[in-house]
Design a protein around this ligand. Structure first.
Ligand code: NAP
Length: 340
């Protein structure tokens, strides 16, 4: 009898915010590894905001997700069968296996995991999101002790790493996140100097007032994760020679037209000139040659507890779309993974 595996494919392009009908759970024959490949049973898969962008058929920094194919994404799992001398059955690996129970990839496209750490850390704090934070600050942050950094989605894997790295370098770190529970996490678990609830400050003016109070010396580094009202509140507080690292803008990923954060382009341009701002787009893949440096520097900090992390674990492949929608709306508390 043919052995089968489960996977979730994108069934159609979403119309605005994605819904369950945009996906389909199906069974397909278990693939067999060719020479140089490994067959892996996935234990945890990663849910990331960029996946929403790939669901649309628009040109971006990655190709759109193909319809009727396994939803792409990072995952970790155990090697079932290896046709490469890089891996043995039982090894824990990271690879782009997507939303699936199993996958086959070339061994050279996979990374062996540190057996002393929970495998799911390779999807968040010690994976792509943690690396995004680290590489963005390394390349563009020009962090100086005594300065102030602000970041939103600050309990997530990117934002929490940004804040903690800034604190380790002696900056004042101000975190923005939604809801009372996340405020407590920001200061108590991640060590932010101040926390702001963006849900309690629904437009740019209110956000600006809250940020001004939390950043009495202005903002030197604004790490942009969200867009919307948070951005509208933060930009006017930028200091001379401030750095804006544009990493993501999740408030606008489903074509939202809520312009509570919008500032006229003339104002933004004038501010960039008067304050001599640096506005720098960040794409972590540009820095991938430094991934080893990141792991060498940050792994010991995670093991010693100097860098804290938090994961939100949904269970079951069939619950992946619901966990994905929840993450896009801020329902996740920490890095969203799905345990299979
Ligand atoms: P995450 O924080 O785990 O999840 C996204 C968070 O965004 C939600 O939990 C929610 O948190 C917040 N959010 C959603 N809508 C919002 C809104 N309208 N206003 C304010 N906050 C909102 O995600 P992540 O993986 O760490 O990613 C954070 C950002 O980095 C995303 O924009 C992502 O696309 C970007 N990113 C970029 C790169 C790159 O190479 N450029 C790589 C990785 C990630 P709250 O409950 O706090 O609202």
């Amino acid at each position: 009898m043919t052995e089968m595996m489960k996977r979730i494919v994108q069934a159609r392009r979403p119309n605005g915010f994605p819904v369950a009908e945009d996906f389909r759970l199906e069974e397909v024959p278990l693939p067999q590894p060719a020479e140089g490949e490994i067959l892996v049973q996935v234990t945890h898969l990663s849910l990331d905001p960029y996946m929403r962008g790939r669901m649309d058929d628009v040109a971006s920094y990655t190709a759109p997700q193909e319809l009727d194919q396994t939803m792409g994404g990072g995952a970790v799992g155990r090697v079932l069968e290896s046709r490469s001398d890089r891996f043995a059955p039982g090894d824990l690996v990271f690879g782009m296996f997507g939303w699936a129970s199993h996958g086959v990839l070339p061994a050279k496209a996979c990374r062996k995991l540190d057996p002393d750490l929970p495998p799911s850390t390779a999807l968040g704090v010690l994976g792509m999101p943690g690396f995004t934070a680290w590489s963005g600050l390394e390349a563009y942050g020009k962090l100086k002790a005594g300065e102030t950094l602000a970041v939103a989605a600050a309990t997530g894997p990117v934002g929490s790493m940004v804040g903690q790295l800034a604190r380790l370098k002696g900056l004042r770190a101000v975190g923005i996140a939604g809801g009372a529970q996340k405020q407590a996490l920001l200061t108590e678990r991640f060590g932010f100097d101040a926390a702001i609830d963006h849900r309690a400050h629904g437009d740019a003016r209110a956000m600006r007032t809250a940020l001004a109070e939390a950043c009495p010396d202005g903002i030197d580094v604004y790490f942009e994760n969200v867009g919307g009202a948070v951005t509208g509140g933060a930009l006017p507080l930028m200091n001379l020679h401030g750095r804006i690292i544009v990493c993501g803008m999740i408030a606008w990923y489903s074509g939202e037209t809520d312009e509570t954060g919008a500032m006229p382009l003339q104002k933004i341009w004038r501010m960039a000139l008067v304050k001599r701002l640096t506005i720098q787009g960040l794409l972590q893949t540009d820095h991938v040659a430094r991934f080893g440096d990141f792991l060498r520097e940050v792994t010991p900090l995670v093991k010693s507890g100097q860098i804290a992390y938090l994961e939100d674990v949904a269970e079951g492949l069939e619950n992946t779309p619901a966990a994905f929608f929840s993450m896009l709306r801020g329902g996740n508390t920490g890095k969203q993974v799905v345990k299979l």
